[in-house]
Design a binder for this molecule. Structure first.
Ligand SMILES: [Zn+2]
Length: 425
């Protein structure tokens, strides 16, 4: 590393530390959990639009409407020459990055009004001068409203690049064609089963520079996306260290990332995963914010071009070693016979219209030897037996059962959660 590279990387590190220590002031307060509605998001964007009325670096446009007529916004930030496209929530129940995108806008509003430290104000000036961000948050508002993956047409938008059946996919394809992004950020959430390679560590964030052909060749476009990922991983590593991974790089002929890469937009997939004790993904939202700002800085000063591809290659691929809950060595009864086995449970959040709120629902994902798997919550139930209240111990079912020691109650399993009983594990 020469002297100048040293200075650039030291500078970037300082900025990441400052961004983290001032993160609270950049957090969009209206969105504090990931089950927000389209109306919640629009109220945030409206407030930003009002704040930005006199500013020459912030504009809010209507990009178009979803299948059910919900407005999809397109927010531009900056006066620079480098167009950068960022979109989130093309899968309606993957909301983490939408929160981070709102934090990024707040970062610019705060720093540009002088309400931050000098280093971050300088960074903000520098980004506005060099970049033009095109932010499309919540590309699938109909799915977001129901907190489901698919659009209101029942289509997975990320498989609709070629067919262009959904209005939402068309809006994004046309916008990208219009602005010709230098970098494109495809922002998603991944399921909680992923581990960092084969280690017992759940993946917090996984990255991918999607392949543009079956052979997974590396051209200059994809190479630069890989280098920028190396920079983002450098920014996050001191804080989440081994919790970073790479997403599956199989070429998806129908998918956006793969096709954008093919079109020459340097495309990066960020998947928000699992972080302990963080069901609303507020930690991972923060790491999205940090990684994206660090990436923008590296794009404007071109420091990412010095990154080696090994750093990207060395990120382990996601493994699939986790379940949300594992109950081990639990005695079950079926057809009058009993046996001891392990049960794995997957928890999903879903909308409960009776209670007008979200709640977790669980289903049995696997029964049998789960020695090679880990539970985000993991209990040894040796000496305990399960007594069914309703449902069944079948795959995909969501039973309610008591976990008992002889005749005394230990735990109740209901709606995907164990509630406390008389005994400790
Ligand atoms: Zn997704």
């Amino acid at each position: 590393m020469n002297h100048q590279e040293d200075r650039v990387s030291l500078h970037a590190k300082n900025n990441v530390a400052s961004l983290l220590s001032h993160y609270e002031s950049f957090t969009c307060d209206t969105l504090r959990h990931r089950h927000f509605s389209h109306a919640d998001l629009i109220s945030v964007i409206d407030s930003y639009e009002a704040a930005g009325e006199q500013l020459d670096w912030l504009e809010v446009h209507n990009l178009g409407a979803s299948f059910e007529g919900r407005v999809i916004k397109h927010i531009t930030i900056g006066r620079g020459d480098i167009p950068i496209l960022l979109w989130s929530q093309m899968h309606g129940n993957e909301a983490t990055a939408t929160m981070a995108l709102m934090d990024i806008i707040q970062f610019f509003l705060r720093t540009q009004s002088g309400e931050s430290e000098q280093g971050l104000i300088t960074l903000s000036n520098h980004l506005l001068q060099n970049c033009k961000l095109h932010i499309v948050p919540m590309l699938n508002p109909d799915g977001a409203e129901r907190f489901i993956r698919h659009t209101a047409m029942g289509i997975d938008m990320n498989r609709d690049f070629l067919a262009r059946t959904t209005p939402e996919a068309n809006l994004l394809i046309d916008l990208a064609a219009d602005i010709q992004p230098y970098f494109a950020f495809n922002l998603h959430d991944q399921v909680s089963k992923y581990s960092v390679g084969k280690t017992p560590v759940p993946t917090a964030i996984s990255f991918l520079a999607p392949a543009y052909n079956e052979e997974k060749e590396i051209n200059d476009t994809r190479k630069e996306a890989m280098q920028l990922i190396a920079t983002m991983s450098d920014a996050l590593k001191p804080y989440i260290d081994e919790r970073l991974a790479k997403y599956n790089d199989t070429f998806g002929a129908r998918c956006f990332g793969d096709n954008f890469q093919k079109l020459g937009y340097r495309t990066i997939l960020i998947e928000s995963g699992y972080y302990p004790q963080d069901p609303e993904k507020q930690q991972i939202r923060k790491y999205n914010f940090i990684a994206i700002i660090a990436a923008l800085e590296a794009v404007t000063n071109e420091s990412y071009k010095k990154q080696s591809l090994e750093k990207y290659e060395n990120l382990p691929f996601n493994g699939e070693l986790f379940y949300d809950l594992i109950l081990r060595n639990l005695r079950l009864e079926k057809q009058g016979k009993s046996f001891v086995t392990d049960i794995a449970i997957e928890q999903h959040s879903c909308w409960n219209s009776e209670k007008n709120s979200y709640q977790y629902k669980a289903k049995i994902a696997e029964i049998g030897d789960l020695d090679s798997f880990h539970g985000h919550e993991d209990h040894d139930c040796s000496g305990l037996h399960a007594e069914l209240v309703c449902g069944s111990f079948e795959l995909e079912d969501s039973p309610t059962f008591y976990i008992k020691k002889k005749d005394s109650m230990c735990y109740i399993f209901e709606n995907g959660f164990l509630s406390s009983g008389s005994d400790k594990w």
